[in-house]
Design a protein around this ligand. Sequence first.
Ligand SMILES: CC(=O)N[C@@H](CCC[C@H](N)C(=O)O)C(=O)O
Length: 379
Amino acid sequence: MSTIDYSPYITIRRELHQIPEAGFEEFKTQQYLLDYIAALPQEHIEVRTWRTGVMVRIQGSNPRRTLGYRADMDGLPIEEETGYEFRSNHPGYMHACGHDLHMTIGLGIVTHFASNPIADNLVVLFQPAEEGPGGAQPMLASEELKDWMPDQIAALHIAPEYPVGTIATRPGILFANTSELFIDLIGTGGHAAYPHRANDMVVAGSQLVGQLQSIISRNVNPLDAAVITIGKVESGTKQNIIAERARLEGTIRTLSADTMKLVKSRIEALLRGVEAGFECKAEVDWGANYLQVFNEAEVTGQFMDWLRDRSDVTLVECTEAMTGEDFGYFLKDIPGFMFWLGVDTPYGLHHSRLEPKEEAIGVALSVMTDYFTWLSEQT
Ligand SMILES: CC(=O)N[C@@H](CCC[C@H](N)C(=O)O)C(=O)O
């Protein structure tokens, strides 16, 4: 079991934490990664960029295959409220989903293997736009990745609810299918005192928010799992003006692709009802859709068995979560797995006060470098 001095990576994580950027706008983040990698021994490594992403290949000494690690890069539109001295320098943006840690661990893996190459090739992918609109699918289809495609791949995601030292995963489905949801209601505005001469999209939109939840409680089999969350509602201009438009923004999560189809068809039906009932127009845009994260049974089982022998890690076989991840597209084509890495913090993912414990970086680095080394030695 290796113990890696992770203190230099704390500085890296903090520097990355200060520059959160939106999907496909990770320009400073990309430059940071490139500058860091350029200062490493170059003998075994090759670097490519793809849009705002970075791909690094460490040439193996006797490669039979290519192993892969993927880290996501983007931040979220959240005003940070942590007590950090190194809080975000980008007002209104925050690394509130742990991508600063995911990238730091990726850089730690590159650093270690740049000086200690294994037999197999290793590709470390820094992928933009996980929070949307989705960087995995276009990265997988890119010319730059074609001849570097991993034969097996792993990724991790920080988990606030687990103590540091815990790794949680399972063979099979880990994260849900997702679809974004953007609904526009277009009616007729007017004077607040003359509701009979307008059709009020605040009333239509408010009713619709409630009706959408009835899809989950009345249309989806209770033994199946699905979520509709409306995270943003925009309507109106002033308290005494009837709103002409309303916009609802949300996300759908399901554990099966069939349930996703069912939920979408019920939303369409409800929208036809809103149009009839309010004599308005209702439009829907499904935005970005992510495939479920499905851990390949054999490779995941092998990783879990390997972890059971480690005294520094507690392995939890967890249940599925309704989170989404475009890493699901990698796992559709490449055998591999994703796992939760315990970071023990009271505030959850996407929260303005998320403060993951940085010791988890050391755990992940030790596990991932040992795992890739061990894997490469297997016949
Ligand atoms: C791990 C995590 O929090 N992932 C995000 C992925 C976002 C998918 C997409 N933008 C959507 O909202 O559907 C999540 O929200 O689960």
